[in-house]
Structure formats: structure tokens, C-alpha cells
Design a protein around this ligand. Structure first.
Ligand code: AMP
Length: 442
């Protein structure tokens, strides 16, 4: 299928060419005709599938006719970063049209947002809290909204935004098209979607199972050894852009500091940072000023950096969904990437849950030439597997195979779903040269 098959306005086809999209992604193939036909859509899709353009293109097509300077499209997103990213997609794809998009989110002054609303925008991309502020102050008229998009609805739910969403809905016309995107369908989200969607068409892409372009591996380790393991891994691995995830804001800040002290071009991205610092981090990561970004889950939502070669889960996630979201940051738009996860003994139950969703075991690896001291990664694996193989276990059929990538200081076998990364990152001489990507600053 080609973009030309959608019969979009020539100005949109020109913009698609300018941004370099050659063929529609699967979600675009499915969703664009449905949205163009005016149907409500329930999109079960994770980030990295091209879902933003899947709704932005047909929405822009709608805006090629009809009134200007009225808010006709409202997109609600959980984080400022995601709102910015969606706004930017509208700007890029709508650049040949006479339509304006305005992002609205907290953490920055209201005044420029108010000025932009007064000048008139057809598209508003908003986070719930600040949007409600503007609604409360009478700054924004939503009575002309023709299309509502709720993006990453599950994340909004996780962040406690559901009451805000319901408040916002009261200000919208009931006659409208609603597009509802979520990577997962917890009960709250299912009932919200049932309430607000009218006879929706469902589009499901790569539900839950992470993008296939990503290879996964886990590194059994102890909490104390994590810092050293990360430093050694960065030293040994030929990486491009690396996104490291930690469980807390504090750990993100401290780890970024450690990396900077070690001479890496690293930056943090966490919720305690002011919006301009966050944006500076994201821009710097995208533009190559930073090779490594250390982020928390929430802050990382909406990072639109396509060339992330490695996601390193310094701390494993609390849920399988969060794992899927994190590793959706690499292997985006059909590029390939590696996802490495540091796993302590107490993380093993989560590993089993992730493996169930992936449908296959994660390759276990030992980092060659790394001094593990008394800790034996293979032992952690053996204990985890023996617990799993007990009759009372949760039923994952992994059997007794040892998936540890290597023994002793031998380089690991490459195999399973990670063979490609095995070749690229670890096999042969473990002291591979660092690519220019992950250079040290000084
Ligand atoms: P999203 O899932 O909307 O976050 O998109 C993920 C990435 O894929 C973004 O960087 C988009 O610019 C890119 N993208 C979206 N559609 C296409 C396409 N048809 N071809 C190539 N890249 C795309």
C-alpha cells in the first residue's frame, strides 16, 4: 500500500514526502481510511508504530475544508513531551495547510498559550491539568470540537488523570468523532472507551508484545554491582544513543551525574526538572549533544528520538506494560534495537511475567571480563528456573534450558532472539571499540 492510495490532499502528500515516510505503517493502513470515513476508532497500539500520523493525517485532511480559527480538534495526552511530539507531527504534516496547532501543558507560563488561543488554532494538543485551568478561566471554547483524540489513555489512567478527562468531556459537543488510543486495556480504560466511543472500529497493532525489531537480553546482577556493570557495559558495547531507565527520579539524577563524572555525554530526564531543562535534555539527546539519557518512565513518555540503539533497564519495571513502553523507545519505525535489563534476584518474578507476554524466554547473559566478585549470575538463573519448574509455579513452560549467554569469562553464545545483538555487541573481542556514538566528553 502507498500513501497515495488514501487519496489525501496533494499538500498532505507533499508533506509526507518531505518528512520521509515512504510507505504507511500497519496502523496507518488500518486507521487512516476509518478515520477519514468519520468512524470512531479504538486503537490498541503502542508507541513506535506510527500511530500519531495515523490520526494526524486524516484529521488534517478534514481540516482542509471548513471553518478556520476555531478549535475543531482536541488531542489529550498524558505528558508534556508527548503533547509536544504530537503537536510537532501536526506542524510537520500540516505545513502546507493553513491550519495551526497549539500545545497546552503545565510547567510553563500560561500567557503565550493564552495568546496562541486568542490568535486562533484549529488543533489543540493538551495535557489534562493545564487544559482544565484554561477551561476554568474561559480561555478556550471547545464547543466547536469535531474530533477528540485521547492518546495513551492507559498512561493517563496510571497517572490519575481519569477524573480530569471526564471533566474535560463535559465541555465537548456530544456529536463528534472520537479516537481512543491505548497500548493496553485495563478495566478502567475499557469502561471509559465503552462510554465515550460510538460504534467504534477497533484497530489492533502489536498489542502488548513489544516491537519485533527489538532483541531482549537480561543481565542477572546485584543492586550493589549495577553501577559498575553499566559502566563496563558502555565501555564494551558499540552503542549509538542509549536510553537508561531507573525506577526513581533520584536514581535517574544520580546515575546521570555518575556518567557525566565518568566522562560520558549524559543527561537526565526526570519529573523534578523544570520543563525547559527537560526539553533541553530531549533536544540534546535527539541532536547528538547527549549520547546517553537517564530517564524515569513518566518523564520518558513521548520522547521522539528514532535512533535509539539501546534501551538499558537499570531497574526493571513494575509492570509488563511499562516494560513494553520502555523498550518501544528503541526499534522504532522498523529500525532495530537492543533492550538490556539488569535483574536482581527479587526481579525474577517480573522477568517471568515479561517472558509470558513475549512468548519466549529472555536470553540471559553474563558480561565478559566483568568482575562479578562473589556473585554468580548463573546461580541466580538456576535458582529462578528451579523455582519456576516447581509444580506450584505459575505455569510458564520454559523447562530447564539454561539461557545464560556464557559461562565464566567466555564471551556469551549468541542465540535465541538476541543473536543479532549478540554478534554486534558482545561476541568476539569483548573489548570492542566504542563507537563515536558513546564517546566520553573529555
Ligand atoms: P509514533 O508511533 O507515532 O510515536 O511514531 C514513531 C516514529 O515513526 C516517529 O518518529 C514517526 O516520525 C515515525 N513514522 C511514522 N510513520 C512513519 C512511516 N509511515 N514511515 C516511516 N516512519 C514513520
Amino acid at each position: 500500500m502507498k500513501f497515495a492510495d488514501f487519496s489525501l490532499d496533494a499538500r498532505l502528500n507533499g508533506a509526507i514526502e518531505a518528512v520521509g515516510y515512504e510507505t504507511p505503517t500497519p496502523i496507518q493502513e488500518q486507521a487512516i481510511p476509518l478515520v477519514l470515513s468519520g468512524r470512531d476508532v479504538l486503537g490498541l497500539a503502542q508507541t513506535g508504530t506510527g500511530k500519531t500520523a495515523a490520526f494526524a493525517l486524516p484529521i488534517l485532511q478534514r481540516l482542509t475544508s471548513g471553518p478556520l480559527r476555531k478549535v475543531r480538534v482536541l488531542v489529550v495526552a498524558p505528558t508534556r513531551e508527548l503533547a509536544e511530539q504530537i503537536h510537532q507531527t501536526f506542524v510537520d504534516l500540516g505545513k502546507n495547510l493553513r491550519v495551526t496547532s497549539t500545545p497546552i501543558y503545565g510547567g510553563v507560563s500560561k500567557r503565550p498559550q493564552l495568546a496562541a488561543l486568542r490568535r486562533g488554532a484549529e488543533i489543540v494538543v493538551a495535557c489534562p491539568g493545564r487544559l482544565l485551568d484554561h477551561i476554568g478561566e474561559g480561555d478556550i471554547d471547545l464547543s466547536n470540537v469535531e474530533v477528540l483524540v485521547l492518546d495513551e489513555a492507559d498512561r493517563m489512567c496510571d497517572m490519575g488523570f481519569l477524573p480530569d478527562i471526564r471533566r474535560i468531556l463535559k465541555h465537548l459537543p456530544s456529536q463528534r468523532q472520537t479516537l481512543f488510543f491505548s497500548a493496553t486495556m485495563p478495566d478502567d480504560i475499557r469502561s471509559l472507551s465503552a462510554e465515550i466511543l460510538d460504534n467504534p472500529a477497533t484497530v489492533q497493532i502489536g498489542m502488548i508484545a513489544p516491537a519485533e525489531t527489538v532483541s531482549h537480553a537480561i543481565y542477572p546482577i546485584t543492586e550493589k554491582l549495577k553501577n559498575r556493570l553499566l559502566l563496563e557495559m558502555l565501555k564494551q558495547t558499540a552503542t549509538g544513543r542509549v536510553l537508561v531507565f531507573t525506577r526513581t527520579k533520584r536514581r535517574a539524577r544520580n546515575l546521570a551525574l555518575l556518567l557525566v563524572n565518568e566522562g560520558y555525554n549524559a543527561s537526565a530526564l526526570q519529573g523534578n526538572m523544570a520543563q525547559n531543562r527537560r526539553q533541553e535534555s530531549i533536544d540534546g539527546f535527539r541532536d547528538g549533544k547527549y549520547d546517553i539519557m537517564v530517564a524515569t518512565d513518566i518523564a520518558s513518555r513521548g520522547i521522539d528520538v528514532t535512533e535509539i540503539s539501546h534501551v538499558i533497564n537499570f531497574d526493571i519495571t513494575d509492570t509488563v506494560d511499562a516494560y513494553t513502553h520502555r523498550i518501544g523507545r528503541t526499534g522504532r519505525a522498523e529500525q532495530s534495537g537492543d533492550a538490556f535489563t539488569f535483574v536482581t534476584e527479587s526481579d525474577e518474578a517480573m522477568v517471568r511475567d515479561i517472558e509470558k507476554v513475549l512468548g519466549e524466554p529472555l536470553e540471559r547473559r553474563r558480561l565478559p571480563d566483568f568482575d562479578y566478585g562473589d556473585f554468580v549470575p548463573e546461580r541466580q538463573t538456576a535458582i529462578a528456573q528451579s523455582q519456576q519448574n516447581r509444580p506450584a509455579s505459575n505455569g510458564n513452560r520454559r523447562g530447564g534450558r539454561n539461557h545464560l549467554g556464557g559461562g565464566g569469562n567466555r564471551p556469551p553464545r549468541s542465540g535465541g532472539n538476541s543473536s543479532r545483538s549478540g554478534q554486534r555487541s558482545w561476541s568476539g573481542n569483548p573489548r570492542q571499540q566504542r563507537s563515536p556514538g558513546t564517546r566520553r566528553a573529555g
